[in-house]
Design a protein around this ligand. Structure first.
Ligand SMILES: [Zn+2]
Length: 332
């Protein structure tokens, strides 16, 4: 790849860092998130999966019926914000909530469908046949209410909102319905989310290297491998070309890491802020992308403060959350 092309990527990522973190000191923020992820991955795996370290979520242990899923979801939505119930019911009435029945792992997503001049939104849920279906429904429903979620710069905030309420739903279900741990998949999904960062998808290797060294060129990969042994066998040159294509074409990057960041923010805010603020954020989050502030400023507008000591608090925040599901600590 040519030097100008590397420069183009470097400038883009630098701008992005400034936009997201108010600072181009991307290493301080982004890279720390990644390190934290690796630590937590091992920790959670040990804590939850020492005996059976499989996390196949596709279980029919509860075999929840469609009507069960809907009624539990309604209950949770009502407890979040009664105004959301009307929206949820109209979604049902208009047949815009679909379940996907497949034995293999399926994804859940909000789908935008064009009907004449208007865009309609559908929610599609890949079924797990247990309480996970409810959690996924809450996650996707929050995407449905909190704006389009299109675009790379939006994705951290919208994903944060959805994961925040997914954590809430999981806790709600666990406390009220008292399922066994193998009947809710959230902690298993959690682990697989942490694992995502270990499986870098296309374009992520250069982003990772950039976040570590603040610069990409044709020699970066060598330097990178000196620090992080054989992190990936992917072809660095090709990854950089892919990334360039993404930026030039869509101005957005597919990145598991940003999902990870959203997850950490969700844990942190769950511990340090009130749900009211997150609901306000979700209700307002429909400004055009170019009118938005960076993530921290955006959250600040809703009194959601992200302090500099987020990394220390995060450990407690995640621990505290996992304690809820700890069989030894639980008091029922
Ligand atoms: Zn999502």
């Amino acid at each position: 790849m040519k030097r100008e092309e590397f420069n183009f990527i470097n400038n883009y990522l630098n701008e992005l860092a400034l936009y997201i973190f108010k600072s181009n000191d991307i290493e301080k923020y982004y890279y720390n998130f990644l390190l934290l992820n690796d630590k937590y991955y091992d920790y959670i795996k040990k804590r939850y999966f020492s005996e059976s370290n499989t996390y196949n979520c596709n279980t029919r242990d509860n075999n929840l019926e469609f009507s069960d899923i809907i009624s539990i979801a309604r209950e949770i939505i009502e407890s979040i914000n009664t105004d959301y119930l009307k929206e949820f019911d109209s979604l049902l009435d208009n047949g815009r909530l679909n379940f996907i029945y497949e034995d293999k792992y399926t994804t859940s997503y909000v789908e935008h469908v064009r009907k004449g001049n208007i865009w309609e939104k559908n929610i599609n849920i890949g079924r797990y046949y247990n309480y996970t279906d409810v959690e996924l429904l809450i996650h996707e429903f929050m995407h449905y209410v909190s704006g389009t979620g299109f675009g790379f710069k939006n994705s951290v905030v919208t994903e944060f909102i959805s994961i925040y309420f997914e954590l809430y739903a999981n806790e709600y279900i666990y406390k009220k319905y008292k399922p066994n741990l193998n009947e809710i998949s959230y902690n298993q999904r959690l682990l697989s989310n942490f694992e995502r960062s270990k499986e870098l998808c296309s374009t992520e290797v250069p982003i990772f290297i950039y976040s570590r060294f603040g610069n990409l060129d044709k020699n970066s990969y060598k330097l990178f491998n000196k620090y992080i042994f054989e992190y990936t066998k992917k072809n660095y040159e090709n990854e950089c070309k892919e990334l360039l294509k993404f930026i030039q074409k869509d101005d957005k990057i597919c990145s598991n890491h940003f999902y990870q960041m959203a997850m950490f923010l969700a844990f942190y805010v769950r511990k340090t802020n009130s749900m009211k603020n997150v609901i306000r954020l979700a209700n307002d989050y429909s400004l055009p992308e170019n009118q938005r502030l960076n993530i921290f400023e955006e959250l600040e507008k809703y009194n959601i403060h992200i302090d500099a000591d987020i990394y220390n608090v995060l450990f407690d925040a995640i621990d505290e959350y996992l304690d809820i599901f700890d069989e030894k600590k639980k008091q029922r």
